[in-house]
Ligand binder design. Sequence first.
Ligand SMILES: [Zn+2]
Length: 533
Amino acid sequence: MQLLLRKAARYPTFHFSTFNRATRGCKLAFQIRDAIILLYHEPNNHRSAAEVLNRYEAVIGLEVHAQLETLTKAFCGCSTNFGDAPNSNTCPVCLGLPGALPVLNKKALELALRASLAINCTIQERSRFARKNYFYPDLPKGYQISMYELPLATQGWLDIEVEGAHKRIGITRLHMEDDAGKSLHEGFADSDRWSYIDFNRCGVPLIEIVSEPDLRTPAEAYAYLNTLKQILEYMEVSDCNMEQGSLRCDANVSVRLRGAPKFGTKAEVKNLNSFRYLSHALEYEIERQIGILESGGTIAQETRLWNVAAGRTDPMRSKEFAHDYRYFPDPDLLPVSASHLNVEGIRLSMPELPAAKLDRFQREHGITPYDAGVLTATRSLADYFEAAVRSGAPGKAAANWISVELLRRLNETGKDIADCLVRPEGLAELLKKIESKEITAASGKKVFATMFETGKSASQIVAAEGLGQISDSGAIEEIARAVVAKSPDNVAKYRSGNEGVFKFFVGQVMRETRGQANPQLVNEVLKKVLAGS
Ligand SMILES: [Zn+2]
């Protein structure tokens, strides 16, 4: 088989599964986003694009940076508030002015320890901050403070689930560091000539969590990042707001033939700051590397950047990242000694982990694993559910209404649960009305819609719209007799044994009562009326 690789100028994002079969017969062409591979078909050696991809497996490790949820920076008292006026949250320490001395933020250390415990890491007896030296305009100190040879914690793990299959992913290390400022290259009238710098972010506390190269597919990488994000949110370690840069992700990616003992040469892909970018960039990068290997080339060990607009990874200029960071221990900061820290106290005060909550919800409230999974997807949703149950809502009903009615409306309106006008107590009040048959479930949905739009209580809406359930059997009987009298044909069918017609009569009565009649009573009364008594 002969293989040709041709670089194509700029192809739009082009997924593998849509490969081009323009040349049928003697040769098969397919396209890997920025390259076209022609596989010359020989008898008994026909390979499809999918077969080529399947011969390889990817090896992926993620480096995740999370901003710790502190009010002040890692080594000074400046505010970490997002969105404040540029350069308003700065001081001699975070600007790196001569003589300024850093002091470690105790809260930041506690949060980093909490994160370490939550991802099953061993806290190191001794860890130390180092200076990572490089020059960049957004780094006024001339170095980043980061743990290097002695990280805070090592050897952890996380369990992930992909399509029902469980897998344990190793975590190499967790260390603390501070963030750099932000260069603003766009958005100003003179942006063609000048770049602006905002130092508010300088010195904001971060943790970096480095996974083992245990991930094999973009789906596993997605599940890992999602699980990690969920844990950090639950632990109140980080708000993990990806739009505001509180959670950032880089990936180390290589490919190898399935069964090959050694890893291939890896490329580091930066700037994967959303779940979508992570999936797309990994898919792209894996296909790119396979394309090179299939054409007989070799993979360069390099840093690449996910180019969102073009939908591909581009190499970063090698000079820009060919660093010798000249790490050395920071002489201004004391080493961190675990025996002086109340690690057990932190362990005992940790909030419940998502997996534990998932089990407990099923046990305590008798809800399905699926519903429990939906409700524990975020801490805020789980808290909402528990608050509703505490206010008297039946567990199963609350789970149903939240995962169906509430989430649907939140999705439709793009609202966050924190801004939702229906508070957990309000939902509980509505569900109690339905349970006690004061209103029907059908009316309940109408009431809920109004509650969601206006923030009014269920009682107010039921009273104003006259939605109270009709439980007066006399009133229902009157309506039932009228309905039956209108359909003598169906009455005859029913009496001749066609029980299916019964539903028709129920539907008619419910329509006449705008869905407010007590359904059980409607059944009883209709049976009596149709029996001719
Ligand atoms: Zn400061």
